[in-house]
Design a protein around this ligand. Structure first.
Ligand SMILES: C[S@@+](CC[C@H](N)C(=O)[O-])C[C@H]1O[C@@H](n2cnc3c(N)ncnc32)[C@H](O)[C@@H]1O
Length: 285
């Protein structure tokens, strides 16, 4: 089972065209973000830049995207080259980021669900926090820790399915099968419960943590009707969060990373993991 996005980058990009992405995922996320005009933003786990471009087009002042997958970043850069928006894309591990210029807003669509255990979740939340100025906001969507995936309904009519291949417990893998016109592809992420998320976010310096369910856009309702969306809304496989970093900054930065610019942090993380004998994880949920 691949959790490395390099080989599936192009398929994942096409899977963003499924109806639920725009009428539910994107609608809810962008409503939650609100007007980004003038904000400095980092889009973590930006993939091919789906939300990175949206944020810039909506008026965010300085926008950067970072992703672990070089192939995803290549796709994002290709679109930037084709239609320049002034976005900077970086191949980097969110767990190791520490930009010198902190931002107003961090967005991360489907980053936290790649943590396989509470330690990895903590490293991600610390990375998010290090990107933000005190009082900055973190808006994110992830696989839903509140849903019991083994008994979830089929989401096949929306273009994807979920499976739990082993025992349902903390860290259990969740397999997502996306169906495209020319075949299917899979990604796997992991279940960590609500307490694990709130503990990690609290330790990373977030004060306010709000959980929000998905909503359907008015256009999605008009075009497809409520009955079409019911399963997705009643058993949401993904959920949104808005977190605010405490106004008094806390230092969650390991000394070795404290002075690294954004682009060097992933190289430093790789160096450290080589030294400790562990490999940095690639896109696991
Ligand atoms: C499901 S995709 C989402 C991409 C994009 N946010 C979107 O919504 O289209 C998840 C992305 O998370 C990235 N990712 C996973 N772990 C990461 C990490 N530790 N640091 C940065 N990116 C990571 C993967 O490479 C992949 O591109």
């Amino acid at each position: 089972m691949s959790t490395n996005y390099d080989p599936i980058a192009e398929q994942y990009q096409r899977a963003k065209q499924q109806l639920w992405r725009s009428f539910v995922e994107s609608y809810t996320l962008m409503e939650l973000i609100g007007d980004p005009t003038g904000l400095s933003v980092i889009d973590l786990a930006c993939g091919e830049g789906f939300y990175t471009r949206k944020l810039r087009q909506l008026g965010a002042h300085r926008v950067r995207g970072a992703d672990l997958s070089g192939a995803m970043i290549d796709l994002a850069r290709a679109q930037e080259a084709h239609h320049q928006l002034g976005i900077e894309y970086i191949a980097a591990d969110a767990r190791a980021l520490n930009p010198s210029d902190k931002v107003d807003l961090v967005v991360a669509a489907y980053l936290l669900n790649y943590a396989q255990d509470p330690g990895e979740l903590q490293a991600m939340c610390d990375g998010v926090s290090r990107c933000l100025r005190p009082g900055g906001r973190f808006v994110t969507v992830n696989a839903n820790p509140l849903l019991h995936f083994p008994t979830a309904p089929s989401y096949r009519k929306y273009g994807f399915e979920t499976q739990v291949p082993s025992l349902w417990r903390e860290g259990a893998p969740i397999r997502w099968i996306f169906h495209l016109s020319d075949g299917a592809f899979e990604v796997e992420n992991h279940h960590l419960n609500r307490d694990s998320h709130e503990t990690a976010l609290g330790r990373a310096g977030f004060q306010t943590i709000r959980w929000l369910p998905p909503r359907v856009s008015p256009e999605g309702l008009t075009r497809h009707g409520m009955s079409y969306w019911r399963d997705l809304l009643e058993y949401p496989p993904f959920i949104f969060m808005e977190c605010v970093k405490a106004a008094g900054d806390r230092d969650t930065i390991p000394d070795s990373l404290a002075k690294l610019p954004l682009g060097n942090a992933s190289r430093e993380a790789s160096r450290q993991s080589r030294q400790s004998g562990t490999k940095p994880k690639r896109g696991s949920s």
